[in-house]
Design a protein around this ligand. Sequence first.
Ligand SMILES: [Zn+2]
Length: 584
Amino acid sequence: MIPQQFVEEVQSRTDIVELISSYIPLKRAGRNFKTLCPFHGEKTPSFMISPQKQIFHCFGCGEGGGVFQFLTLIEKVTFPEAVEILAKRLGLSIPYEKGKITKEKTVLYEIMEEAASFFHNNLKDVKEHQPVINYLEKRGITKETINVFRIGYAPGNNSLLNHLRKQGFTLENLEKVSLVLGGTAGFRDLFHNRITFPIFDVRSRIVGFGARLYKDIPDSPKYINSLENILYSKREHLFGLNFSKDEIVKLNSAVIVEGYLDMITPFMHGIKNIVASLGTALTNEQIRLLKRYTSCVILIYDSDKAGQLATLRSVDLLLESDLKVQVAALPSGYDPDSLIIKKGKDVLFDLIEKRQDFFDYKLGVLRNIYDSGSIEGKTKIANEMLATINKLNSEIEKYEYIKKLALNLGVKEEIMIAEFRNTFSKNNAAPKKTFVASVQKNESYGLANEPLTITEKVIIKSMLNNPKAFSIVKKNLKEEHFSSYLAKKTVSFLFKSFSEEEKCSLQKILGVINDKEVNKCISEILMDDDIPLDKEIFKDSLLKLRKKAALQLKNNLRGKIKEAEARGDRQKLSQLINEYGQIR
Ligand SMILES: [Zn+2]
């Protein structure tokens, strides 16, 4: 943990105009500065920086915040990492508050590091481990690859256990990171006769190992991995991301494969924006991690049935997360590693070059499963395609793909739209996501896009500018009094972060916000000079919100009262009427 006081010091010593202008040229515009937004494509500048308030806000895409928030976006780092970077610029070192957990973790990382060195050094002992080295050479794994990825060899027979014990690490800690297993037979190494691949986190710390047999042993699985432990959760990691993240950002695209060598071999042959999922289908956590670096994903998976199904599942998840998805299908019997080793890297490059849009890929797969000439087949294909199209966030895209699907299947556009509406506007858990339904009901479909009312804006702006207003709001309003999603979220964040007595200042707020949506909301309100800061208007707005909430409550109760009346439930009725009378 970084002490909050230190965060505030770093913040107060960093000037936002200076910081942003070290990335992009700025132009003065009255009291503010403006420039083309670095976070979305635009031709006229709507990215504003206020030197007085020390904030930025883009009126095009909505991104905003203070110095830390700018860094998290432009450098794709976490909030604490942003603090670290700015501290470094200022020549300050961070006085970490080392909690018990961080201290414990530090030891565990040391153990992993030592284990990796032990495994890696084994490969330098040519005499002892010649068969392993021969095997690696045969697989096309060069010395350079071994050094870059710190590939190693685990002989087993408690050689690691003994080595780490000699270094003074406790059995308890070795078991915690699952390098040794406990049990009735005593402690023993987890990996025997296996080639080891360290699993790094994004900051290049080792959190686990993957281990592969180098010769077949009956009844032994080809690969085993570290068990989940305090440093490593399989769902949250992407293998190789620490090596490829810079290139992923640079190209704004990430190639995703399945296994260790499927990542390593193409990487060593020049595909530098590649990561491995280490599982068949991507998880939501992995996708969230990926989204920090890119908005565009290329999936390369096996063309067998299991591979296709995993690809299709991943496609839906990625689209749901608003990522652009393309697929490169491997020739059957190959993975990216074996394709390069047996056929040369150009074949894989070519395959990636010829990748398909998610739509064409899925349609191709479905056409192989169902007979698109029959009515039944056509219906099945249409329904599966529409389910995926429904995952898209953009209404325009949905419409375009439905048109394309109609054309491909030889069905009239209106019919396809009707089919889409039938399937996704009823019984669907997320009707707001289907474009036909939203057009019909004429409602805004993304809750997060719902604009704040001017009343809400006035109240939040007053809270941000005046500690007195903050405590008045905290005493008189609750999160539920606000109606738009973003206002609710922002207010609840402010309430949670600051007590009534605490002087809540804008500087303090910018030192703690670590949420994109709250950033956007606060920076927009602060930059908008049309929102008045006036005592009377503030009071009026407060009353208005309370009245509105009371009215809603009353309406609600009135409905319940009617129901109770109809049921003849006297007890409930008198209770409800009582409640009604107490609302003010
Ligand atoms: Zn923007």
